[in-house]
Design a protein around this ligand. Structure first.
Ligand SMILES: [Zn+2]
Length: 350
């Protein structure tokens, strides 16, 4: 394993960030290559825990000459967001300087040629240069896994329709319970920037690839057992795709969860601010009209309670982890079987 440290100068004198990049060299020139990164949103750590346990497995495979394709791992993809604290709270989703989500506004390239991206010392903000650098690292690989997590959540994947159903293997390897399928968003996430140039490839070349955002459950699902389990899932997938050679590992592709287009996801939003009391847990199957969540606007006065119900039957995929909401905040995601009447183009969340 080679460790590379890429330094990006800050936007003012005396500041810089360091990106730690781990590289495993494949012994087969034709071997499928893979890129894995975690924590683009700073403190989303389930993916980082998985990589923490995966890296020693990769080192062992390397020692035994079983790495076929190049593997690049960036366990902490966002040193800017990782360092954003305010009043003892970590806030890693949006760049303090611009207010822009660290996983939006990635440049979309027509091909895999990255020479048009801002250089590491371009006259651009640090977050923009970091995004360009992550794309330069990821785009040479056929497999790109961007490891995130939701608030309180099942283990699920975002996958562009062009990579389905071939990527059911990843869902099977990771034990994902659902896939959210998409074809375009208004404000490109890292996943879309990595998928975009592949859309121009022949169908055969494209289907051999895998690009995804992995939502490894919720923010607090970070522990030794889960991390090891997820590392084994990632390893199983890499073996299945031929990146690593390991005859002792077999993957059964048996994913049979829902594959839900983004427009079928019911985003339940708070009509007013207040205390959040959920009626349902993640993973629950609900009927249309079932009580989902009550927002208490006047504590002690039930007449101020607002109870939101399921617009259609479906499965509860995620819940917010906070219990105090503002008007307009997202509260939960429900996977429906038909288009949501509130569907809007673009990403589900800000
Ligand atoms: Zn995230």
């Amino acid at each position: 394993m080679k460790t590379e440290k890429i330094t990006l100068a800050g936007d003012v004198p005396g500041n810089s960030i360091e990106l730690r990049v781990l590289r495993f060299e494949g012994k087969d020139n034709e071997g499928v290559s893979a890129y894995l990164q975690s924590s683009l949103h700073g403190s989303e750590l389930p993916g980082q825990a998985a990589l923490h346990f995966l890296i020693p497995m990769l080192e062992r495979a390397e020692k035994e000459g079983r790495i076929a394709g190049n593997i690049t791992v960036v366990p902490q993809a966002n040193p800017i967001g990782s360092a954003q604290w305010q009043a003892h709270q970590h806030l890693g989703r949006f760049d303090y300087f611009s207010g822009v989500n660290f996983n939006r506004s990635f440049p979309l390239l027509a091909s895999f040629d990255t020479t048009g991206l801002p250089a590491i010392d371009a006259p651009k903000s640090l977050a923009e240069r970091l995004k360009a650098q992550l794309l330069r690292l990821a785009l040479p690989h056929e497999i790109v896994l961007d490891l995130h997590c939701d608030d309180e959540s099942e283990n699920y994947l975002y996958i562009h329709q062009a990579f389905l159903p071939e990527m059911y293997d990843l869902a099977s390897a990771l034990g994902s319970t659902a896939i959210l399928s998409w074809d375009s968003t208004a404000d490109a996430a890292f996943e879309e920037a990595c998928a975009h140039p592949a859309l121009h490839l022949s169908e055969q070349e494209r289907k051999a690839r895998a690009v995804t955002t992995v939502e490894f459950r919720g923010l607090n699902d970070v522990d030794i057992e889960t991390g090891k389990h997820d590392a084994e899932g990632l390893y199983r997938f890499l073996v299945h795709r031929g990146v690593i050679i390991d005859d002792s590992v077999k993957l059964k592709v048996d994913f049979n969860g829902p594959v839900t287009p983004l427009e079928n996801v019911e985003m339940i939003r708070a009509p007013q601010g207040g205390m959040v009391l959920f009626h349902v847990d993640i993973g629950a199957e609900v009927e249309a009209g079932a009580n989902l969540v009550t927002v208490v606007t006047v504590p002690g006065d039930p007449s101020g309670d607002i109870t939101l119900t399921a617009p259609q039957a479906g499965r509860i995929l995620t819940r917010r982890s906070h219990r105090y909401t503002r008007r307009g905040d997202d509260l939960l995601k429900l996977l429906g079987g038909k288009r949501s009447e509130n569907a809007r183009p673009g990403s589900l969340e800000a």
